[in-house]
Design a protein around this ligand. Structure first.
Ligand SMILES: [Zn+2]
Length: 74
């Protein structure tokens, strides 16, 4: 069994449980976001998978972020 990595652009989610032949794996977070966009057709879902995930979940109240830690400008 391989790593079921989320196929959304910019998302590093793994161990995804949701799979579609159209999009590949999608993680829980992205699926929740996807549901919020109320897609009406397969193309809507594909378009969503091609949008960049906002990667702010490593940022806590103290301002720590992986981007800062590894020297990227934020
Ligand atoms: Zn994801």
């Amino acid at each position: 069994m391989g790593v079921m990595a989320c196929c959304r652009r910019g998302c590093d989610g793994i161990m995804c449980h949701d799979y579609s032949v159209e999009t590949g794996y999608v993680c829980y977070e992205c699926k929740a976001e996807l549901e919020d966009t109320n897609p009406t057709c397969v193309q809507d879902v594909k378009d969503f998978m091609d949008t960049e995930k906002e990667n702010n979940r490593y940022q806590d109240e103290d301002g720590f972020s992986l981007s800062k830690m590894f020297g990227e400008e934020v």
